[in-house]
Ligand binder design. Structure first.
Ligand code: B4P
Length: 193
């Protein structure tokens, strides 16, 4: 087999609770800076849509607001990264959600340059997700699952964010404002890179 292609572009992890605006901000960053945006949630949802054997299992895990297995997500992200053509950088959105995911990624794929953390309180996240749930058709945008997703975030993802903050790699963005206010903050950071 061919050796895996070396990843040259910078890697940024984009983290925050469910409904913190990760996906929303990443779309705008792609447009402005030409990054390649890979959302672990989107990759999992398209795996479900493809009708593969593991799709049914993934749906159930997402419905429970739990994390799917580390190997599946890492494999999906790695594959997608190697397919990207001339990316200006990678925004890895919603990953790592537990410390092990981050450690494995850095060991097997590449060291992360920075972590962008969207910090919002739970009440606002719940409001945003319930609103999205009116039209999204997502199995996890309902009150019960949202509570579980918040729980998973506080128990597993928050310590992961702390880990990178200690390394001085984290940009923390206060993310309870409007989409444009938050975007302006993030752009200040990327314009200096
Ligand atoms: P995700 O798809 O990552 O779901 P999410 O956390 O809700 O983020 P999303 O990007 O969709 O929402 P956003 O904050 O942008 O994960 C879903 C599930 O997949 C997980 O529960 C887990 O089971 C599984 N999974 C994913 N990654 C995994 C991993 N690495 N390992 C294991 N399992 C994994 O936006 C939410 C809403 O807010 C939008 O409707 C948006 O319009 C709105 N909004 C955004 N910014 C706003 C603002 N400033 N003001 C008002 N509304 C705003």
């Amino acid at each position: 087999a061919e050796p895996p292609k070396e990843i040259e572009a910078n890697v940024y992890f984009v983290l925050g609770g469910p409904g913190s605006g990760k996906g929303t901000q990443c779309d705008k960053l792609v447009e402005k800076y030409g990054f390649c945006h890979l959302s672990s949630g989107d990759l999992l949802r398209s795996e479900v849509k493809s009708g593969s054997q593991r799709g049914e299992e993934l749906t159930q895990i997402m419905e429970r607001g739990e994390l799917v297995s580390l190997d599946i997500v890492l494999q999906l992200i790695g594959e997608a990264m190697r397919k990207a053509e001339n990316p200006k950088g990678f925004l890895i959105d919603g990953y790592p959600r537990e410390l092990d995911q981050g450690l494995r990624f850095e060991k097997e794929i590449k060291e992360v340059k920075n972590v962008i953390y969207f910090n919002v309180n739970d009440d606002i996240m719940v409001q945003r997700l319930l609103k999205r749930g009116e039209t999204s058709g997502r199995v996890d945008d309902n009150e019960e699952t949202i509570k579980k997703r918040l729980n998973t975030f506080h128990q597993l993802t928050q310590p992961t964010i702390d880990h990178y903050a200690k390394q001085g790699k984290t940009l923390e963005v206060k993310a309870d404002g409007t989409v444009d206010e938050i975007f302006a903050e993030v752009c200040k950071f990327f314009d200096q890179q």
